[in-house]
Design a protein around this ligand. Structure first.
Ligand SMILES: [Zn+2]
Length: 121
């Protein structure tokens, strides 16, 4: 998966997708790797209507985000101010990071430094 929980992503396809003028972004609430889906805050929200019950005498409606295909979102790059394709690379200390393929800025650490991948000085 190219995104993780708590990532900010841009939704590029689907009913909630924005465009170049108004980009739709949201925070990843959940990742479902075996289904290739993600749940993004405020995206693909559905309402479940509830009949009045003893516990909830008023009834009402419950809103809930449904999973969307992970391929419909791109990790948001704050430098490019848009969703971008990412790459992965090792830093000199052997830690792994994600980076924006457009501006090459780091988009966060993926794993701790590991000697095997560190550059020899
Ligand atoms: Zn960028």
């Amino acid at each position: 998966m190219h995104v993780r929980k708590d990532d900010i992503v841009e939704v590029i396809t689907g009913d909630d997708a924005g465009g170049a003028k108004a980009r739709t972004t949201g925070r990843v609430l959940r990742v479902l790797p075996d289904k290739g889906k993600v749940v993004v805050e405020g995206i693909n929200r559905v309402y479940k209507h509830l009949k009045p019950s003893r516990q909830n005498p008023q009834g009402g409606r419950l809103s809930k985000e449904m999973p969307i295909d992970a391929s419909n979102v791109l990790l948001y790059c704050s430098t490019c101010r848009r969703g971008v394709r990412i790459g992965k690379r090792y830093r000199a200390d052997g830690s792994k990071e994600r980076y924006c393929k457009k501006c090459t800025n780091s988009l966060g650490t993926l794993s701790k430094p590991r000697k095997a991948y560190a550059k020899k000085s």
